[in-house]
Design a binder for this molecule. Structure first.
Ligand SMILES: Nc1ncnc2c1ncn2[C@@H]1O[C@H](COP(=O)(O)OP(=O)(O)OP(=O)(O)O)[C@@H](O)[C@H]1O
Length: 218
């Protein structure tokens, strides 16, 4: 689904390349973990494949088309959804409205379908009462599940998550990983997460380590 070809990146104010000539493929139906030392460039790589930044050289393709050709705005709207460590939900809204809003913005198939959103939230353990409460009234684990449900209700086939379990206890971490697996295996999406926790990475289908400017399968 996502292919990087000779992907190279550096920050302009830093004289050194972060990674160079990266050729990787991420397929539908799989949950990938990217690991690596702090500062090695994991988040930067994720922001490139999420279309938040552009490579210095090389290309990124989504289903055979370069992101440049798809257009970054279009790519972010239609093809990819993101989950963050800090959830990034619209805090003044309920969980339900967060999902309805995401579906409307991305013009998803189920846009406007309240029942669909409520059923989805219910399936991930957020009942109707909680779905209608402001998200800030929910626990961290519940908020992260809402953030993940938001990617499930949109039609994007590619999901990226930066340290999605960083703020969670062990039980919530396992719940969140199960959800990502469900998205990959049952919705046949491609899910890539960045994590510094090896225990979390080990529960994914594939582990890729960023070390010394290169990515290696672990
Ligand atoms: N906007 C920026 N401008 C310049 N340098 C940056 C910028 N963002 C990140 N960096 C630097 O690039 C390197 C890689 O950062 P990045 O956040 O991608 O690493 P990471 O592997 O995700 O780290 P961590 O595990 O600590 O979150 C770091 O040395 C960081 O200081």
């Amino acid at each position: 689904m996502i292919t990087t070809k000779n992907l190279t990146y550096w920050y302009d104010d830093v004289n050194e390349k972060l990674f160079e000539d990266i050729n990787l493929q991420f397929d539908a139906g799989n949950l990938y973990a990217i690991i690596g030392k702090s500062g090695s460039g994991k988040t930067t790589f994720l922001s490139l494949i999420a279309g938040l930044d552009t490579p210095k050289s090389g290309t990124i393709e989504f289903e055979g088309e370069t992101l440049k050709k798809i257009g970054l705005m279009n790519y972010r709207k239609k093809c990819v959804s993101m989950v963050f460590q800090s959830y990034n939900l619209l805090t003044y809204m309920s969980a339900l409205d967060n999902l309805l809003c995401a579906m409307a913005i991305t013009e998803a198939k189920h846009a406007g379908d309240k029942k669909y959103a409520l059923d989805l939230l219910d399936k991930i353990g957020i009942d109707e009462d909680n779905a209608k409460r402001k998200v800030t009234k929910l626990s961290g684990g519940q908020q992260q599940r809402v953030a993940i449900a938001r990617t499930m209700c949109c039609d994007s086939k590619f999901v990226v998550a930066d340290e999605p379990t960083g703020n969670l206890d062990e039980n919530s971490t396992n719940d969140v990983l199960d959800l990502f697996k469900q998205i990959a295996h049952e919705q046949n999406k491609c899910v890539v997460i960045v994590t510094h926790e090896f225990d979390v990475a080990q529960k994914c289908d594939s582990i890729i380590e960023l070390r010394q400017k290169k990515f290696e399968q672990v």
